[in-house]
Design a protein around this ligand. Sequence first.
Ligand code: GTP
Ligand code: MG
Length: 138
Amino acid sequence: LERTFSIIKPDATKRNLTGAIVKKFEDAGLRVVASKRIHLTKAQAGEFYAVHKERPFYDELCEFMASAPIVAQVLEGEDAIAKNREVMGATNPADAAPGTIRAEFAESVGENSVHGSDAPETAKTEIAYFFSGLELVG
Ligand code: GTP
Ligand code: MG
C-alpha cells in the first residue's frame, strides 16, 4: 500500500466541507491514517510551498493557506498518490471532471479546496513535514 499527503484547504474548512471531502477519499478506497487540524502561519505555508517561490501567485497562495485552519492528512491505499489526484480533479475547478472534489467544492484555481502530493518523493517529504512516525496509524 502507498501513502500520500493531503491538505483540506482554508476555503473548504471555512465552509464546513471537511466531512464531505473525507467521504470522497474513503469512497475511493483511501484510508485516513493520520489527521490534524492546524492553523499555519504565513511563514510555515511559505516553507511548505517553497517549490512555487518563483511563481507569480506565491504570495497570494501563502496568504490564503494561512487565512484559516487546514486539515493535514495522510491517506493510504493502492496507488494512493494517483488515486488521490484523480479524486481531487484538475487544479482549476473549471477543468475538473464531474464528481471530483474540485469540481464540486473548489471556488477558484487558487482556492481549490485540497492539496495532494504529486509523486512518491514529495509525498515522503510532505508527510514528514507534518507528522511524526508515531502519528501514522495504519
Ligand atoms: P496542489 O495539490 O495544491 O499542489 O495543487 P496542484 O498540484 O493541482 O497545483 P500546483 O502544484 O500547480 O499549484 C499549487 C497550488 O497553487 C494550487 O493548488 C493552487 O492553490 C495554487 N495555484 C496554482 N495556480 C494558481 C494561479 O494561477 N493563481 C492562484 N492564485 N493560485 C494558483
Ligand atoms: Mg502541486
